[in-house]
Design a protein around this ligand. Sequence first.
Ligand SMILES: NC(=O)C1=CN([C@@H]2O[C@H](COP(=O)(O)OP(=O)(O)OC[C@H]3O[C@@H](n4cnc5c(N)ncnc54)[C@H](OP(=O)(O)O)[C@@H]3O)[C@@H](O)[C@H]2O)C=CC1
Ligand SMILES: CC(C)(CO)C(=O)C(=O)O
Length: 311
Amino acid sequence: MKITIVGLGGVGGYFGFKLAKTYRQSQQAQVHFVARGATYDLVQKRGLELISEEEKNSLVHPEKLWKDVAEVTESDVWLLCTKEYDLEQLCLQLKEKIKPQTVILPLMNGADIYERVRRMIPGGIVLPACVYVASHLKEKGIVEHKGNPGKIMMGKDPEHPEYVPMQVLDLFLQAGIDIQYKENAFGEIWTKYFFIASFGLLSARYNQPLGAICADPALRARAGAVMEEIKAIALKKNIDVPENIIELTFQKAASFPYATPTSLQLDVQNKKVHTELELFSGAIISYGRMLDIAVPETTQIDAEIKAGLLN
Ligand SMILES: NC(=O)C1=CN([C@@H]2O[C@H](COP(=O)(O)OP(=O)(O)OC[C@H]3O[C@@H](n4cnc5c(N)ncnc54)[C@H](OP(=O)(O)O)[C@@H]3O)[C@@H](O)[C@H]2O)C=CC1
Ligand SMILES: CC(C)(CO)C(=O)C(=O)O
C-alpha cells in the first residue's frame, strides 16, 4: 500500500514520522511525503526530525519525498495535513489522481472538511476524521510534539458505506498510532470542533495557552459563550453531540498540559498572512447566518482578532 502525506507541518510531521519509521524498507507499505519549498530542501538534506518524548531516535529519512502533488505517480492513500487555506488548491491538484478505490484521509481541524473536500473531489473514498495532537513546527523540517500521544478518530465515507477502512486502520495501529474507527465520525468531529473553535479563538485573541483560558474566569466565560453558539448550531443541524458537551469540552482542555498553545494562536501570534479563522469564527458566523442563529460572541472575537492582525 502506498501512503502519501501532503504537508510536513505539525500534524503531517508527527503522524508521518511514525508511519515512515515503521514502514521503512517494509513490504507492507511505502510512505511518501509531499513537501514544498524550503521544507523539501531541508528534509531532503537532513531528514525529518520529530522531537517528542515518544521517540528515542528522532530522525527519519523519507523513502520518497516529492516536491509537488502533480509529480506523484501513484498512491493508494492520501493524508491531507495542510492548513485550510491550502486545501482548495491541493484538492484541485489531487482530483486528477483519484481512482474509485483511492482513500483520502484529511487530518485537519474544522467541522466541514469532509464537505469541503467532497465539493472538489467527487471520486474516491473520503474518510471523515478529526485529530488531537499538540505538535508544531519548531522550524521547517523539525516538528516538536508535547503532551499526550496524538490521536485520530475516523469514520466511514457516507457516500461509500460499503468501504470499511480496516487496512488503513491496521497500518496506523502497527505504527503505534492511536487511531479509532467509528461508523459515524461526525459526532467526534463536532466534539473536536467545540473544543478547537472556542479555545482556538480565545487563545488567538489573548495569546494565551489552553491552561490559562481554563484558569481565567473572564476567558473561560467567553469560551463558554462561543460553545453555546456552536451548540445552538449543532442542535439545529441535528448533530449528535452529548448534552453536557460544554462541560466535557472544558474537561478536555484541562487534560492538556497548561502551556499548550493552539495552532490558530501560533499563526495569529506570528502574524501569518493566512490563518484558519475561516474554519472557526468564519464557519460559525456563516452557519449562524444560514440557520438564523445569533452568534454575537464569536462575531465580536473574530473582529477583535482581525483588528489585532492589522496592528
Ligand atoms: N498542529 C497541531 O497541533 C494540530 C493541528 N490541527 C489541524 O491540522 C491541520 C494541519 O495543521 P499543522 O500541521 O499544524 O499545519 P502546519 O502549518 O504546521 O503545516 C502544514 C504544512 O503543509 C504544507 N503544505 C500546504 N500545502 C501544500 C502542498 N500543496 N504541498 C506540500 N505541502 C503543502 C505547508 O507548507 P509551507 O510551509 O510551505 O506553507 C506546511 O508545511 C490544520 O487544519 C490544523 O488546524 C489539528 C490538531 C492539532
Ligand atoms: C489544541 C490542539 C493542539 C489539540 O489537538 C489543536 O487541535 C490545535 O492546536 O489545532
